[in-house]
Design a binder for this molecule. Structure first.
Ligand code: NAD
Length: 468
């Protein structure tokens, strides 16, 4: 295990706050400590980023792309180490962690390849009006514990590509892969361009309030996003907020459910259900609910639960104890309401935060498991009578990240725009791509990530109005 340090101004720096134990979710035991930053160290990181920004903002697009290409290569060189760290701190099976590292490389290259256009708005004799895009300054990034490396990359790379400098704070549950990523990046970038601090909410709150941070990109819960928005008002910080989701999927009546069951299971239980845009409520016509439940339960029964580094494992633990407690509480509430636990419904009798993949039938909107984001390995399957009723139930949520319609492609595509959410998939769910804008409607977020739209969120428009 390497020495974990903060990175401030291009230097490896010890944390001045009390170290944070990092727990392996497959054992429930701490396996190392993470350094933790004080708010004074956050100030140093912001100062270092501001100094780096003074030069970096004038770099050419070619220089920025080349720098990100170097970063992609460096991540590739450390791929095995990073995947191992993701498994140890996050708990997911190794193959999924390798996918996460592969995604980190792909998203870095995609950011490197993006071009920021100068838009000519008017061109005539004696008049030319152009819209330019300038970087904002220091970007603060705060990330969650479900896809720690991937989401760090989603935040950092477009920020740098657009000419900003970065201070990132990972979740204290999963700080290590981000600390290593930033060390690896710092070795191939100008000093201070990317800095890391680790801390609990106190450090995140200080970032949200920090006058030296021009923009904050946050991925996490809606409640924290609201707190950040309030605190960010002091300097009118630009915000991108990727928040909670409670994505509904509707299976159209008469669909061959045997043919889609694998797809439903894979997108609901992706990363043990701990994925913002996972399928979290499944609406099925009342005539087919029992069949779908049995099909999903059969797939659940085939999962091999265990630690992510054990061979053959397909399904890991929940990432942390509070989240496991929350998942248990939602299932117990469903049980108390008379729901049918089709499979699972309990922790495994072994150390670690293992919870059996669980299918719950017999609930509808109004039950906690349906109305609240479970963010874990539990899926409620809800019966509907008419498609209009299904759409109304799907939309009866304060959240609106993603949604999906499954069945005949034409009928499903016609229904899809009626869902109130940022992305609608037809015969799929949870697929995010580097060239496609992704973001939430309603209380699932503000702004988008990815593609040119995502990149432009890291810029300030400047209109150049030329006469003569
Ligand atoms: P969380 O909001 O508890 O924590 C996220 C981060 O914010 C952590 O780094 C945490 O230390 C920090 N933080 C906590 N309180 C803070 C405060 N008051 N001010 C500033 N920072 C603070 O979220 P989590 O439990 O780590 O992640 C799970 C949630 O994230 C789920 O709701 C999930 O849907 C959401 N999520 C959304 C997306 C998306 O793209 N929309 C992606 C992944 C996860």
């Amino acid at each position: 295990m390497p020495d974990f340090t903060l990175t401030i101004g291009g230097q490896n720096v010890a944390g001045a706050a009390r170290p944070i134990p990092v727990i392996d979710p497959s054992t429930g035991q701490a396996f190392t400590d993470s350094p933790a930053a004080t708010v004074a160290q956050l100030d140093q990181a912001v100062d270092a980023a501001a100094q780096a920004f003074a030069t970096w903002q004038h770099s050419s697009h070619a220089e920025r792309s080349a720098a990100l290409e170097r970063v992609a290569g460096a991540i590739e060189q450390h791929a095995a180490e990073l995947a191992d760290l993701v498994v140890r701190e996050q708990g997911k099976p190794l193959a999924l962690a390798q996918m996460e590292v592969g995604g980190a490389v792909a998203w870095t290259r995609a950011a490197a390849a993006l071009e920021i256009p100068v838009e000519v708005i008017e061109q005539r004799e004696g008049k030319r009006i152009e819209l330019h895009r300038k970087p904002l300054g220091v970007v603060g990034s705060i990330t969650p514990w479900n896809w720690p490396l991937m989401i760090a990359v989603w935040h950092i790379m477009p920020a740098l590509r657009a000419g900003n400098a970065v201070v990132i704070k990972p979740s204290p549950f999963t700080p290590l892969s981000t600390l290593r990523l930033v060390q690896i990046m710092a070795a191939v970038l100008p000093a201070g361009l990317v800095n890391s601090v680790v801390g609990e909410a106190e450090v995140g709150q200080a970032m949200a309030e920090h006058p030296g941070i021009a923009k904050l990109v946050f991925t996490g819960s809606t409640r924290t996003g609201q707190d950040i928005m309030r605190r960010a008002a002091g300097n009118l910080k630009r915000l991108t907020l990727e928040l909670g989701g409670n994505d509904a999927a509707i299976v159209l009546p008469g669909t061959d459910t045997a043919a889609i069951a694998e797809g439903l299971f894979a997108t609901a239980f992706l990363n043990m259900g701990q994925t913002c845009a996972a399928l979290k409520r499944l609406y099925v016509h009342e005539s087919q609910v029992d069949a779908v439940c049995e099909q999903l339960a059969a797939i659940a029964a085939r999962q091999v639960l265990g630690g992510g580094l054990e061979p053959g494992v397909t399904f890991g633990p929940v990432q942390n104890a509070p989240q496991l407690t929350r998942v248990e509480a939602l299932v117990e509430d469903a049980r108390a309401q008379g729901a049918r636990i089709v499979c699972g419904g309990q922790r495994l009798d072994r150390p670690g935060y293992f919870y059996a993949p669980t299918i719950v039938a017999g609930l509808s909107n109004g039950a906690r498991l349906v109305d609240e984001e479970q963010f874990g390995p539990v899926l409620p399957v809800i019966a509907y009578r008419t498609v209009d009723e299904a759409v109304a139930l799907a939309n009866a949520s304060s959240m609106g990240l993603g949604g999906s319609v499954w069945g005949d492609v034409q009928a499903a595509t016609a229904l899809a725009p009626r869902l109130e959410c940022g992305t609608v998939w037809v015969n799929g769910h949870a697929e995010v791509l580097p060239h496609c804008p992704f973001g939430g409607s309603k209380m699932s977020g503000v702004g988008v990530e990815f593609g040119l739209d995502g990149l432009l969120e890291y810029t300030q428009p400047q209109l150049l109005n030329i006469n003569g």
